[in-house]
Design a protein around this ligand. Structure first.
Ligand code: ZN
Length: 503
């Protein structure tokens, strides 16, 4: 501040004031510099002691695209010989693969493992979101990734097992064993597939389960006995069929995984696929789904059985499913199927999500429930997080018939959370064990649990925001997320779809 005075006194006074303020400024800037140096030194000492310098951010990639992950594409991650391999849908809905070395703490990738038709289709105005990859490591160590299909496109011709939509189901194989840096696209599976689930049996045989087309299609598997180089023709196990009593088609959503020995177990729910105009509430085609079913496939005999061991006619139709495979009837509630596991007694446990139909195209929010077979009956489903309504998704492990552990994607107010829930009474009740990740003003999409998972890397999580189609991708374990340097997690993104078109 200068004082307005006249004459020589003016000059003397103003100089004095200038000197004073200059001195003050100098002192302030010195203070600032000292504070910055002290903070930097402290940060350096802390990071050197804790290893924080290798984890500037707690996500490993920021180029996840749209709905980058889901439980149905299983597995999206595999732990193998000290390394966790992870995958997600990235730019142009292509499959992206990264790996984390648990011994050295080093990340590699992500690398683009193939080219999806979905992200490059003509007239594309929004994400299709069926590009999500599924991983498998064969007995020679080659890594396989299945991706990019949503029922096949018109240019693929006729789908003899159902209808079509978009994309092409594809398979890429790593050029070298356990090396994610380079990939070959291999034309060896049906382009009509979607929702891939890849299973390797103890003898090395590979089974690829998927829906063979859009909503009105059979669910099938393809078998390979040469480490996934070639596959037998698709075999239907769930039949789509026009109803005679309603203007709708029977349809299904399934989740398959290796059971005991030579068995594969399958959990599934029923989709009532309305002809648009016939839907009773005038909503048109909806995602109306109901109930929880279970069955088992003996890969040696080729026989399918229900939980009591009764033989099933294949491909299974709705009438027989209602009689023989029903584990839980959800009545008017709408479902979204989850995973299925066997306990130490060989009894199946099912995770399924359901909630009240609130009149939306997707019904309403759905909560994760658990039920199990006790040897003679299915238990009543229990909500894992104890809430009455709301949205959650998750996968689980069972160490015995009574000890169950879920990792749930949930919300606490407007915060997205990943929490662990345990039951020691066979799923009668669950209690919250700990929180593994929390982010404000977002929701999480989660993978199924990583196959053969390391405790530090249980699942893959995508952070969804309404403001951007780009997703931060986390690898989350019992101690929270495994991060990396910001510069390594900052990747090229897909800017071809406008934010207003996010879906
Ligand atoms: Zn449908």
């Amino acid at each position: 501040m200068l004082i307005n005075v006249q004459g020589p006194l003016n000059i003397i006074l103003n100089r004095a004031l200038l000197n004073m303020s200059g001195f003050k400024k100098l002192r302030q800037s010195h203070k600032k510099i000292i504070t910055i140096i002290t903070s930097l030194t402290l940060l350096y000492i802390i990071s050197a002691c804790t290893g924080i310098q290798t984890a500037n951010v707690d996500y490993f990639a920021d180029n996840g695209t749209g709905n980058s992950l889901a439980i149905v594409q299983n597995p999206a991650g595999i732990y193998h010989k000290g390394i966790t391999y992870v995958s997600y849908q990235g730019p142009f809905e292509d499959p992206y693969i990264a790996s984390y070395n648990h011994k050295t703490g080093e990340w590699l990738g992500p690398f683009r493992a193939g080219t999806s038709e979905l992200g490059r289709r003509e007239g594309r105005t929004k994400f299709d979101n069926h590009g999500k990859p599924t991983l498998l490591i064969d007995d020679d160590g080659y890594i396989h990734v299945y991706y990019g299909g949503h029922g096949g496109d018109k240019h693929h011709g006729t789908n003899t097992l159902g209808n079509i939509h978009h994309g092409a189901n594809k398979n890429s194989i790593s050029k070298r064993p356990l090396d994610i840096t380079e990939w070959d696209e291999v034309d060896n599976i049906s382009v009509f597939g979607t929702y891939n689930q890849a299973i390797k049996m103890d003898n090395g045989d590979i089974y690829l389960f998927y829906r063979h087309g859009a909503h009105r299609s059979d669910w099938v598997y393809q078998k390979s006995t040469d480490n996934g180089r070639t596959y037998d023709a698709p075999v239907s196990f769930l039949k789509h069929k026009r109803r005679t009593d309603l203007d709708a088609v029977d349809s299904w959503y399934a989740w398959a995984v290796k059971g005991e020995g030579n068995n594969i177990i399958v959990g599934f729910d029923y989709h009532l696929c309305w002809d648009g105009r016939a839907e009773p509430s005038g909503r048109g085609h909806t995602t109306e789904r109901h109930d929880a079913h279970f069955m088992s496939f003996n890969t040696q005999t080729g026989e399918w059985t229900n939980v009591q061991g009764d033989l099933l006619n294949m491909p299974l139709n709705r009438e027989e499913a209602e009689q023989k495979t029903l584990a839980a009837s959800t009545g008017d509630m709408w479902t979204f199927n989850g995973s299925v596991k066997l306990d130490s007694e060989g009894h199946p446990h099912i995770a399924t999500n359901y909630g009240v139909d609130l009149g939306k195209k997707t019904g309403g929010p759905k909560l994760t429930h658990h039920l199990r077979w006790n040897g003679s009956d299915w238990s009543q489903p229990t909500t894992v997080n104890g809430k009455i309504s709301g949205e959650s998704r998750g996968d689980f492990t069972v160490s015995s018939s009574s000890n169950i552990e879920f990792i749930l994607s949930d919300n606490d107010g407007t915060d997205a959370t990943i929490t662990r829930w345990v039951s020691d009474n066979g799923g009668k009740s669950f209690s919250k064990k700990d929180e593994l990740l929390r982010r404000p003003s977002s929701t999480f999409a989660v993978s199924s649990l990583i196959e053969n998972s390391h405790p530090d890397a249980r699942l893959i999580v995508a952070e969804r925001s309404r403001l951007t189609p780009h997703r931060k991708i986390y690898l989350v374990g019992d101690n929270g997320p495994l991060g990396r340097l910001l510069q390594d997690a900052t990747l090229e993104k897909d800017s071809s779809v406008f934010v207003s078109k996010i879906k």
